[in-house]
Design a protein around this ligand. Structure first.
Ligand SMILES: [Zn+2]
Length: 343
């Protein structure tokens, strides 16, 4: 059996684990609901149990390390999960230290959006691009930026919180407390909210029939728009415009070769794409307008394979400075030598 990494994608609702090959192939996969309210020790206990399960089922596996991703804010350089809003009782948890002591293997950590960006870049829709922006549009909006062959981290690894760039001065308040965040106006949640406000229980609209007179979700909107429902189509057009405005900002900021859109709303990508393109053509400067906007290819395994690649592709294009610095701390060696290898 080839060389493998153990990969974990720790989410607020689901904890996923996998054995992943260098090619991005997932050899085995396990998951269970995250004990999100039980604190960090309980969840790390879950990770250890899932790892044991994967290794027991594949005793021949040559596992060379562990790549993990978790919700931000998270410091990949220090290996610390700072305090995600979706995980109760997590405050500055030294995840790399804990897991490397437990397993005696090298451990790398990345925030979930960056890991998914790495996955799509190395194995999915962003293959071959030197610069790429990955945007995940679902309950919220997250993202990761590949800039000139590296994941772009910024101070403490906190860069690319693209869901919280301000793109309008009004509208609903974002969970971050601000008004007009990209996420607050363009996430799947925001689309569902607009659809819910546009309709009323018992009004007989297709949207309310699909939602059984409950709150309308983004999924209902996409489903209704596919049947040609005019109200749903109008909502999709408005959504595409907000996404197009956000994407225009990303084009101007990072000049990627491609923008990859993932997340639950990517299921409606074909419906959204024309409106996104129109908005970009209206708003982006000429030199940026020909950049392709494409749907993600890896679905919910993007984070797992991206996290695994932190181990399996280390030292190759895309290895972050953060990882090199982390090695330097452990081995006392210079960061410069390895950095030079992929310059
Ligand atoms: Zn916000």
């Amino acid at each position: 059996m080839s060389t493998l990494a153990l990969a974990f994608d720790l989410g607020g609702t689901e904890l996923r684990g996998a054995l992943v090959e260098r090619s991005g192939e997932v050899v085995a996969r396990v998951s269970e609901p995250t004990l999100a309210g039980a604190g960090s020790e309980a969840v790390i206990g879950q990770i250890i149990v899932l790892a044991g399960k994967l290794l027991d089922e594949h005793p021949q596996a040559r596992v060379i390390g562990i790549g993990a991703c978790a919700p931000g804010p998270l410091d990949p350089k220090a290996g610390i999960v700072i305090g995600p809003p979706t995980l109760a009782g997590w405050h500055n948890v030294p995840m790399i230290d804990i897991l490397s002591r437990q397993f005696g293997l090298p451990v790398r950590l990345e925030n979930d959006a960056n890991a998914a960006a790495l996955g799509e870049w190395r194995f999915g829709a962003g293959r071959g691009a030197a610069s790429m922006v990955f945007v995940t549009v679902s309950t919220g909006i997250g993202g990761g930026v590949i800039a000139d062959g590296h994941i772009y981290h910024g101070r403490r690894g906190l860069a690319a919180e693209i869901g919280h760039m301000t793109i309008t001065g009004e509208g609903d308040r974002c969970f971050c407390g601000n008004v007009g965040c990209f996420e607050a106006v363009a996430s799947g949640t925001a689309l569902g909210r607009r659809a819910t406000r546009l309709t009323a229980p018992g009004d007989g609209s297709l949207l309310r029939r699909l939602s059984r007179d409950g709150d309308v979700s983004a999924r209902h909107v996409v489903e209704a728009a596919r049947t040609g429902d005019a109200a749903a189509f109008g909502l999709v057009e408005a959504e595409a415009k907000w996404l197009g405005i956000g994407f225009t900002n990303l084009l101007h900021l990072y000049s990627p070769e491609v923008i990859v859109m993932g997340g639950g709303l990517a299921n409606g990508f074909d419906l959204l794409a024309p409106g996104i393109r129109t908005t970009i053509d209206e708003r982006a400067m000429q030199a940026y307008r020909d950049v392709p906007i494409v749907p993600a290819e890896l679905g919910d395994r993007a984070g797992l394979v991206g996290a695994a690649s932190l181990i399996l592709w280390e030292g190759e294009p895309g290895t972050a400075l953060a990882m090199v610095q982390n090695d330097e701390i452990k081995t006392g060696g210079p960061a410069g030598s390895r950095e030079a290898n992929h310059g």
